[in-house]
Design a protein around this ligand. Structure first.
Ligand code: IMP
Ligand code: MG
Length: 172
């Protein structure tokens, strides 16, 4: 593994997750919510966010891939794991690590609305708007970031670096 230069420390991430949770608590309290973790990259963010929610969401997991082991989206979305919960008429909040081209979330949201979800919002820890190819804007965003490849806090490069408690870039 290469050395990683820290961009967002564990403490900065903690404060950001607190702030996101406060807004989500305000918006969703009193509703029947299914909080969906987009595997695998969002898993650390998802479990941190979940423990700050003061309403009583149900949870589920979905895994799609458009990447393989490369760092560029291949343009094809494959479902590796679909939801197990019945989503008809339910309010879904998708929890994702990063919106890059937007391809993954654009198709994922369409898939869930086609299956009958009442609403489907997106909470992304990281947003790279300069890379966007699909018309999609996350409803809740942690950090808006420049066009750099980030690792750590669940995000990987070739399945490495996920366990780092901070977010950073690999040094050359
Ligand atoms: P999109 O479909 O191009 O928006 O890609 C979304 C997925 O690509 C994210 O869920 C991430 O898993 C992955 N991804 C995009 N940018 C990065 C990055 O900088 N680091 C790690 N994974 C990334
Ligand atoms: Mg992801």
């Amino acid at each position: 593994m290469k050395t990683v230069r820290i961009c967002y420390s564990a403490e900065e991430i903690r404060q950001k997750v607190d702030a996101l949770a406060a807004v989500i608590n305000r918006d969703y309290t009193g509703r029947d919510v299914l909080l969906v973790c987009v595997l695998k990259g969002a898993v650390v963010f998802f479990t941190d966010l979940l423990r700050r929610l003061t309403f009583d969401p149900q949870i589920d997991f979905i895994q799609v891939s458009s990447y393989g082991l490369a760092t560029e989206s291949s343009g094809v979305l494959t479902f590796q794991k679909d939801l197990t919960a019945d989503i008809g008429g339910r309010h879904i909040l998708l929890v994702e690590d990063m919106v890059d081209t937007g391809f993954t979330l654009y198709h994922l949201r369409q898939h869930l609305l086609d299956k009958g979800a009442a609403s489907c919002r997106i909470c992304a820890l990281l947003d790279k708007p300069s890379r966007r190819k699909m018309a999609i804007t996350p409803d809740y965003v942690g950090f808006t970031v420049p066009d750099k490849f980030l690792v750590g806090y669940g995000l990987d490069a070739g399945e490495h670096y996920r366990a780092l408690p901070y977010l950073g870039v690999m040094e050359e």
